[in-house]
Write a protein that binds this ligand. Sequence first.
Ligand code: ADP
Ligand code: RBF
Ligand code: MG
Length: 388
Amino acid sequence: MSAAKPLKKLVSGVILDLDGTLLNTDGIVSEVLKVFLVKYEKQWNGKVAHKLIGKTPFEAAAVIVEDYGLPCTTEELMSEITPMFSNQWCNIKALPGANRLIKHLHGHGVPIALASNSPRASIESKISCHQGWKESFSVIIGGDEVRMGKPSPEIFFEASKRLSVKPSNCLVIEDSLPGVMAGKAAGMEVVAVPSIPNQSHIFNSADEVINSLLDLRPELWGLPSFQDWVEDTLPVEPWYIGGPVIKGFGRGSKVLGVPTANLSTEGYSTLLSEQSSGVYFGWAGLSKQGVYKMVMSIGWNPYFNNTEKTIEPWLLHEFDEDFYGEELHLVIVGYIRPEANFSSLESLIAKIHEDRRIAERALDLPLYSNFKDDPYLKIPLHGVKNHS
Ligand code: ADP
Ligand code: RBF
Ligand code: MG
């Protein structure tokens, strides 16, 4: 955790966006459109996904018709895909930190509104699949309940009125540019949590840009701070990933004293897309060798399109030899920080060593050390099943 930051502004109510902010809707949108476009002999292109973020369903449908030159009207497309989406609402996962944020704010009596460009009925369906969400929002407003959706500030003014919190005392949390614009136009404080990676510069009108909800510091806005950080680490719902160690980019991390055993992410693209980039830690089981402490970065790989991430664990142990091709299983138990840019290589390395110290110490806490005995880590010790 970084040093104490100055208070930005006191707020007393929070207005949350839904799709892309609390819910990982993108995955479902891609799935549905992929299937739908086959009918028109077109192929889904991930780049189009970026254009849909923050739009109303009708606006998004119009973009699809236009971009793919489909021989149908926007209305026709809407009537075809709406039922396809409706079947998927309960398959949409909460984004990292969403559940934690809602429970935290509601638990401390902070009034929360949900303001989304989606129609009220689909908001209700989507949130009904997440326990405790509906009851946590004092106000819910859909795009069909106002004259104009975001970027118009109308929906946020309406939320402020119904929360009985004046606009200047509202904090908006938004993933999209139209949403950030709407919040600022309403005279509100805005935290952007971009759902598109590496685009934070386009959010310069936001009061703060964070990488994921895990990085939100409510105390900067005069709200109660999270109490779940333990010795500079945030416990996460453990997740598991494994595969053969592959060649990385040979950027010479070993020369820097930080070798990272790159993992093949084949078969894990969905799991990885559900995790926020950043620095995490946990335990690593290496076939024929043992179980070790591990600190790792999850980051965007510019060589793949923006939906692929790489995973680079540094095993906190001195090895006599490289272990390319060996099976490596990881259990990830905690989060440390978002990825950062550094002005020099020295400062990056210094930060990575600080991460190592934090991980090493934290992994001795019972909270995390128990996972050392997870059977998932031991399996490779008794020979490896063939993956292909
Ligand atoms: P690459 O770009 O191919 O990943 P690195 O310079 O990051 O190369 O070195 C990583 C390799 O070093 C790993 O694949 C592994 O075989 C070896 N290695 C040796 N010690 C470690 C360690 N403590 N943690 C991770 N990898 C290590
Ligand atoms: N790269 C960054 O650009 N920013 C980071 O904040 C960052 N943090 C890292 C933390 C750890 C624990 C590790 C192992 C790597 C991190 N890296 C980070 C990635 C590092 O730059 C990468 O391993 C090298 O570029 C070699 O591929
Ligand atoms: Mg590496």
